[in-house]
Design a protein around this ligand. Structure first.
Ligand code: PBG
Length: 325
């Protein structure tokens, strides 16, 4: 194939040609919409660093979940902001904890949307780390027991899928075991397998009030330059019983998504994280980029890299845009 016999521009000459030869199609079917639940009634508190996102009480969340379902989005991902925090993250696995109550209420009001819960401890610990602290270290093995109890409490409350995000070694196996031993054999695990120690979680930590009070997360989340290690992390999670594997963040790690897609045959989720969202919102609000087009191009690139599922704060907006086409 060479010029002038072959002219690639022939297939780009009209929108119809471009549409017909398009290789990647974004679909509402692959979207997951994250939501932040907070105690109280009628609470809808804007998250300043994430325009259009709110901390919401469960009554308001239910409205948001209805809207999400109405747009054809198949799933939400729930994060909880508890009333109080302690060293042992007791709010994470409490029977009447913020997530446990919210899940039950949501499932009751809107039964046919997938409710996924984030399983982590950073929102529930007074120190803001994702695990139990011994001296100044996050202690792995006691932590996975707490994560297992947390995941089980979510499943018992009615969660359709649990998503462990603490990056502790052995967390998926511990959770699978707890679920299986307690009658939750059909609850899938979406594992945050390759989760990097990223600056792009900044806005989320305001949203979830989960910033570490000392140190950072580099001893448990992955070092950004590493790619082979991501494949090892994913292999481990698959061996431990993950049903869906995740790469997070998405945009700075498209190569990891693609490599995982080539190598593994499980569904792959990519998390288009808070910082990726807020950058586009900020630039668009300054008039520096076209926000809608940036959203579309970004999410398409994540799909093109190989993601089957995209977790994104743009879910409602992109669903509206895709519906109108
Ligand atoms: C919990 C968790 C985080 C995110 C998802 N689950 C924050 C973190 O690890 O600090 C980030 C999501 C986002 O930035 O949108 N550990």
């Amino acid at each position: 194939m060479h010029y002038p016999l072959y002219r690639p521009r022939r297939l780009r000459k009209s929108e119809e040609f471009r549409r017909m030869t398009r290789e990647t199609r974004l679909s509402i079917d692959s979207l997951v919409y994250p939501l932040f639940v907070t105690p109280g009634k009628n609470v809808k508190k804007p998250i300043l660093s994430m325009p259009g996102n709110f901390q919401m009480s469960s009554d308001i969340i239910i409205e948001e979940v209805r809207k999400t379902k109405g747009l054809g989005i198949p799933a939400i991902l729930l994060f909880g902001i508890p009333e109080s925090k302690d060293e042992g993250a007791s709010g994470a696995f409490a029977k009447d904890g913020i997530i446990q109550r919210a899940v039950a209420e949501i499932k009751n009001a809107v039964p046919d949307i997938i409710v996924i819960t984030d399983v982590c401890l950073c929102e529930y610990t007074s120190h803001g780390h994702c695990g139990m602290i011994r001296d100044t270290e996050v202690d792995n093995d006691p932590t996975i027991d707490v994560l297992a109890a947390t995941a089980l409490s979510h499943a018992v409350a009615g969660a359709d899928m649990v998503a462990p995000s603490a990056m502790m070694d052995g967390q998926v196996a511990a959770i699978r075991k707890a679920l299986d031993e307690n009658g939750c054999v059909t609850t899938p695990i979406m594992a945050y397998s390759a989760k990097y120690a990223s600056c792009f979680y900044g806005p989320f930590r305001e949203a979830a009030e989960s910033a570490p009070q000392f140190g950072d997360r580099k001893t448990y989340q992955m070092d950004p330059p590493n790619s082979n290690e991501a494949m090892r992390e994913i292999s481990l999670d698959i061996e431990e019983g993950a049903d869906i594997i995740m790469v997070k963040p998405a945009l700075p790690y498209l190569d990891i998504i693609q490599k995982a897609k080539d190598r593994f045959n499980l569904p792959i989720a990519a998390y288009n994280v808070s910082g990726e969202f807020s950058m586009i919102k900020a630039a668009a609000s300054l008039g520096w980029i076209d926000g809608d087009r940036a959203m579309l191009e970004t999410l398409t690139s994540i799909k093109r890299a190989g993601a089957d599922i995209i977790i994104t704060y743009f879910a409602q907006e992109i669903a509206r845009l895709l519906q109108d086409r």
